[in-house]
Write a protein that binds this ligand. Structure first.
Ligand SMILES: [Zn+2]
Length: 160
């Protein structure tokens, strides 16, 4: 099975994106744009587990996107431009909820999808569980009160 490449913008993370079997990339500026704690925690989890990789696009691709954005008149941030440039570079699709990104992407023949269109799983919350006795905790705790083992977390997922 051939893996599909996707580039994700911050709106995808805020919208509750969850990686599956495909290859996922983003640019490092997105980390600063993901403001709320839950999305930030989720993003760092996927970066640490290398489910999502950070890559910087080449300047020539950034220039191409800047030119197109000036033509279209869309108001895109440098982060948005880098997202599109990386997608151009990797010949990938974009996952974004942002209309401006979608518009410039379509002008460059880049396919894009919103989270809802993907029909992918969505994280609803984190679950904390003991590595020893498997007891589940609803809150982040360091040590299991029953057996003294370390508590780890995993995302709970839900299909649309
Ligand atoms: Zn335990």
């Amino acid at each position: 099975m051939k893996l599909v490449k996707y580039v994700l913008d911050s709106s995808a993370f805020i919208g509750g994106f969850l990686p599956e079997e495909d290859e996922y990339f983003t640019v490092h500026e997105v980390i600063d744009e993901v403001g709320d704690d839950i999305s930030k925690e989720r993003l760092s989890y996927f970066l640490n587990s290398e489910k999502i990789k950070i890559k910087d696009p080449k300047q020539e691709n950034i220039d191409k996107v800047v030119k197109k954005t000036m033509e279209s008149g869309d108001n895109l941030s440098l982060t948005d431009i880098k997202i599109i440039a990386l997608s151009l570079e990797l010949d990938s699709s974009i996952i974004s909820e942002d209309y401006g990104i979608q518009n410039v992407s379509s002008m460059l023949n880049i396919r894009f999808k919103s989270i809802r269109e993907l029909g992918i799983k969505k994280i609803i919350w984190w679950e904390y569980y003991c590595m020893g006795c498997k007891k589940k905790y609803s809150k982040d705790k360091k040590i299991c009160g029953d057996c003294g083992n370390i508590i780890k977390r995993r995302p709970i997922t839900n299909k649309y």
